[in-house]
Structure formats: C-alpha cells, structure tokens
Design a protein around this ligand. Sequence first.
Ligand SMILES: Cc1ncc(COP(=O)(O)O)c(C=O)c1O
Length: 403
Amino acid sequence: MKGGEFVRISSRTANLGTETAFEVLAEVNRLVREGNDIISFCIGQPDFDTPRHIKDAAIKAINEGKTGYTDSAGLYSVRQSVARFISKSRGVDCKPEHVVIANGAKAFIAFAILSTTDYGVGDEVIYPNPGYPIYESQAVANGAVPVPLPLTEKKGFSFELDELKKRITPRTRLLIINTPHNPTGGILSRQDLEGIAALAAKHNFWVYADEIYWQLSYDRKFESIASLPGMYERTIISDGASKAYAMTGWRMGFMANPVLAPHMARWMTNIEACPNHMAQYALQEALDGPQDETKKMIASFRERRDLIVKLLNDIKGVRCLTPGGAFYVFPNVTEALYNLGLESSEQLRKLLLKNGVAVLSDIHFGRKNPEETQQYLRLSYATSKENIVEGLRRMKKAIEGGL
Ligand SMILES: Cc1ncc(COP(=O)(O)O)c(C=O)c1O
C-alpha cells in the first residue's frame, strides 16, 4: 500500500505552491556537479560576502553568550535600530514597538496574509503578476482568494491603476506591492503610489509594501508608499538585510506597522519563537555601522545593470528595458522565439541551458495572464562582469546562431 493511501496529506500541503526557481537551481547545480560549464543568472542573491564588521558583530555576540531566546519581536535595542532606520529611510515616525524582526523578510508575507484575512471566507489578496511566487502560494495556503494584478512592459513593469481598480471588491483585504520589483526590476512611480494610497483609503484595505530591494534603486531616490499622508498606519513595511548587506543566509528581515506589530509578534511566538539571537547583532551592525560596503555593492550592481542591458539589446529579437532597481532584468524574447521557431520562453530557457547559460523564464513568476502575448526571461545580474560578458556571448550565439 502506498503511504498516501492510509496517511493523509492535507490538500493545502499537497497543493502548496513554491518557488519553482529553486527547481531550476537544483538542476543547474546538478549539471555543474557533473562537470558542465554553466554561467548562472538564476539566483536572486548578491555574489558579495557579508562585510567584515557585520560578521564580527555576530562573532562577538556568540562569544558573549548571546545565544538564548529573545523577545518574539526581537531584542528591544535592535528594534530601536530598525525603527531609526525605517524612520530615516521612509520619513515616518517609526517606534521600536511598531517593529518585528524575523528570520528573513519572507516570513512576513505569510504573517501579513494571516493577520489581515480569514480562512475560506472569500477575503481577497491582490498581488503583482509576474511577481514573487510566494505571494500567491501563501494567499492560497492560508485560505484567501489570490487576485493577480498584471504588470505591463509598456508601463515600465508597473500596473495600470484602472487594472487595480477593476480588481478591488468589498472583499479586498490586502494589496501587495513590491518596489523595486522581482522579477522585472521595475519601480512604482510617485504617481502610482499616490493612486494606490487613494484607493487603499477609499476601500479600506491594507498595503503590504515589499521593499526588500529599496536600497538598490539606481536612478532616483526611493519613495515608499508609507511616507504618503495617512499611509504609515495601513502599510506593512517589509524590509531586511538580505539584499543590500549581502546577508541572505543570515535570515534577518523586519517589518513595521503600528497596529499589526503586536499581532505579527504573536505569529512569531507561534511559529518561530524569536529571530536568531546572534544574527540580530549582525543586523544591528548592518543598519547602524558604516555603509561603505553597501554603497560599493550598489555602484557595482548599477554598472552590471548597464552592461547586461546593453548586451541583451545587442541580441537580435531581444528587447530589454533598463530597470530602475533590484538586480534583475526581464528581457522580452517574443521575437527571438519567433525567429527560432520556439513556442515559449521556457523552451528558450532550456535551449540556453544546453548552451551553458542558466536563466529563469516568466512562468517561474506566477500563472501567465491569459491576455499576455509577450514572453520574457529573467536574469539576475548579481554576478561578475566577466560572467555577464561570457554568458551574454553564449546567449547571443545560441539565439542568433539559430537564425
Ligand atoms: C520580492 C522578495 N521579497 C522577499 C524576499 C525574501 O527575502 P528574505 O531573504 O529577507 O527572506 C525576496 C527574496 O528573494 C524577494 O525577492
């Protein structure tokens, strides 16, 4: 008898979504292990090491015995640092009591959905599509109704406000926005943010502002929706150390909202107990310490962005906007597919992998909008310039060689 026939797995688990990008990553890692020469543009994490002074803060904490549980919301002194950081960067009056620290910002996606919707009653969560796949998977797993909001290339991968309006109903509880955006690198304009803020106030829903990439905003100063009048109270600011401080594996994320923080802290008590004790000292040092390394990383990402966009646009049939932030590009490959006689970006992804270049395709970022006629790939340029030049040379050869 098969296990599944007598020990039942819940349907919410059986149907749980995932980041399919991790499956591609596992395949790429296997190919590399088998000796294949592959340049990967798959992974969404800085290729830099965590700055020395940040590591030292954690080592000191361990040596001083900071190894027990802490408050579920995180150490008060570290929340004070986070509150100062949020107040300064968003222009709001954030207090330590408004802050919760977790093991990565990712956890707050689930906690926000859990804190603002009820299970199975039709509460709706609107989220960007394409987008970070966890928004949809957590909405579904927690019994909410997922409502994808299409982003369009012609708006620089922002959305039309009318498209948002069409999706708002009396059951809308939460709107998730992500700026700068994964997977497109798009940034919401001030006008977009003002439009969203007016709708949030009129229809009384929460906004989850996933701002994990905010420091990686290359061409203009980052603006948070939380800084608009009346928005701090209804915005769940989500941020963390992963991307701007090269700390993905440390798992340090934080949120701020004056109303929801105590509830999020109870979710932390229920699920995590508390954020990692010694890593909190590393987070504190990242936020309060010198910012030179982060500035250098940002300058380097910006140069790589310009390089990869130029090289992509040099490939026949590929068109790539210059993204304003994060470390992703989302080139349109529709014409290249046509030239190659391929049907989907996923087929192109596989072809490129055979030619030594690993990328992701648009299907890894949510179900495709049925009205979308264009096809895209996603490349992370958090890799060296040498890799970018060689990877794009291979890509050009694979795409144009087939012509
Ligand atoms: C849009 C977005 N939100 C959240 C996260 C999660 O970040 P963390 O490492 O803090 O959990 C990521 C990581 O890739 C991301 O791309």
